[in-house]
Design a protein around this ligand. Structure first.
Ligand code: PLP
Length: 445
């Protein structure tokens, strides 16, 4: 393997960059200044380019490679399925689809009985919203401003940040502020107060909108892209109580937080809350083949026993995606992957990031659990003014130069390695991140 700082070139890296610049349209960036990292291969927690420059993947790509890259069991299951039956219509009964649904439901809350498979997370939320509207006969959906639910019609409107405008589907959605202790909208001084005030705000908005018009409250169990905003104790239980009071369905989006990332099978397992619908994608098959879905409680599922659900996708329950789900969830269970994520969070990432926060003045806040953490960076700890984009660019470049592939968003570094990361690999990644942040702090403060 080549040192990440080496200037060695490889014709395939050059070709990948040239073709990408010429023909590939990227999301989230203006096309002009793009210079994406080229990746050619991966194994476990590492990825590399054609020249052999190797990186410790602290991003899990888009927070989805939960069992790491090229897990042999998952790769073999996809290959075996491709050799037998590579595609089937959604209206058929395919054994692998039934097995995948059974495996997914094994981790659902009690009383969940069906899975509707989708191609990813956005269309999972899209269909969950549709189910809730049909089940309740109501229209509105309440979600958090600081949220990300995907980038299709209703999902991007439910998303609370800038991505939702302009959008021709923008009807029937209402946003509220959720709990965020570090930048509280409610002037709270404790997690209990933050939960209590956010719940009061949510209930007042529901009352003001007219509860009889509200079909669903749609929340990420732990808002991820918005900054790993772990809800304070009691918040989600309180949301459930509000939903019940007004006959509203609760949809929990586990697309990023689900399937091991928090050190629990689902993030909701740590929150004493039973929703009506759960959406998932990403980690369910480690992202090897696009897949997502909606887990349905028996009550909602029964609505469609006699009534047609007017939705469908050619690739709903695609056999390669299903084979990848079965193999991923079996590998996670057999190899103790969820327990590993919990232990790495408790023993390495939690204490390591706390130590970093104690010594480095750029670190304003650290929060998370399992292998799901955010480090929020500020210019000034007193005012909490976020660091600027140029500083974030330096941090990203510094990490890459040291062989660490980080996940950065706004003024944050998200520490989100695969759930199979070993304690030693997690410690190595933290050491690199710490060194980079120390160097940048010494320079910019
Ligand atoms: N919901 C959450 C919580 C997500 O983090 C994401 C993607 O990051 C989505 C939904 C959308 O998933 P997809 O990109 O697979 O459509």
């Amino acid at each position: 393997m080549t040192d990440p700082t080496s200037t060695t070139t490889h014709p395939d890296d050059d070709a990948a960059r040239r073709l990408d610049r010429a023909h590939v349209f990227h999301s989230w960036s203006a096309q002009g200044g793009l210079d994406p990292l080229v990746l050619a291969g991966g194994s476990g927690v590492h990825v590399w380019d054609h020249a052999g420059r190797r990186y410790l993947d602290f991003s899990s790509q888009l927070v989805n490679t939960n069992v790491g890259h090229q897990h042999p069991r998952v790769v073999a299951a996809i290959q075996e399925q491709a050799g037998r039956l590579a595609t089937v219509a959604p209206s058929t009964a395919a054994l692998v689809r039934g097995e995948a649904a059974e495996r997914v439901l094994a981790h659902a809350p009690a009383g969940f009985s069906k899975v509707f498979f989708t191609n990813g997370g956005a269309d999972a939320n899209e269909n969950a919203i549709r189910m809730a509207r049909l089940h309740t006969g109501r229209d509105k959906v309440v979600s958090h401003y600081r949220s990300y639910h995907g980038n299709t019609g209703a999902a991007v409107v439910a998303t609370g940040d800038w991505r939702r405008v302009p959008n021709e589907y923008a009807r029937g959605h209402v946003h509220v502020f959720g709990p965020y202790a570090y930048r509280s909208e409610f002037w709270s001084t404790s997690p209990e107060q933050e939960a209590e005030r956010a719940l009061h705000h949510l209930e007042r908005v529901v009352q003001s909108e007219g509860p009889a018009s509200v079909a669903a409250i749609l929340l990420e169990t732990i808002p991820g892209t918005a900054g790993v905003l772990v809800p304070p104790p009691g918040y989600l239980r309180g949301v459930r109580e509000i939903a019940d009071r007004y006959g509203i369905l609760l949809i929990l989006d586990e697309v990023m937080a689900g399937f091991g990332r928090t050190g629990h099978w689902l993030a909701l397992d740590a929150h004493d809350v039973v929703p009506d619908l759960v959406t998932f994608a990403k980690g369910v098959n480690s992202g090897y083949v696009p897949a997502g879905g909606v887990m349905m409680s028996e009550t909602v599922a029964r609505t469609f026993d006699v009534r047609v659900f007017p939705g469908g996708l050619t690739y709903s329950g695609h056999p390669l995606a299903m084979a990848a789900i079965v193999a991923t969830l079996d590998a996670m269970a057999d190899e103790g992957v969820v327990e590993n994520a919990a232990a790495v969070g408790r023993d390495v990432l939690g204490p390591g990031l706390a130590a970093l926060a104690a010594r480095n003045p750029l670190v304003g806040d650290v929060r998370g659990l399992g292998v799901f953490w955010a480090v929020e960076l500020v210019r000034d700890r007193a005012t909490r003014e976020p660091v600027d984009a140029a500083t974030m660019g330096r941090i990203k470049a510094g990490a890459l130069a040291r062989g660490l592939l980080p996940f950065t968003a706004d003024n944050r570094v998200h520490v989100v390695p695969p759930c199979v990361v070993t304690p030693a690999e997690a410690a190595t990644g933290l050491e690199i991140l710490g060194d980079v942040l120390d160097a940048v702090a010494a320079d910019v403060l």
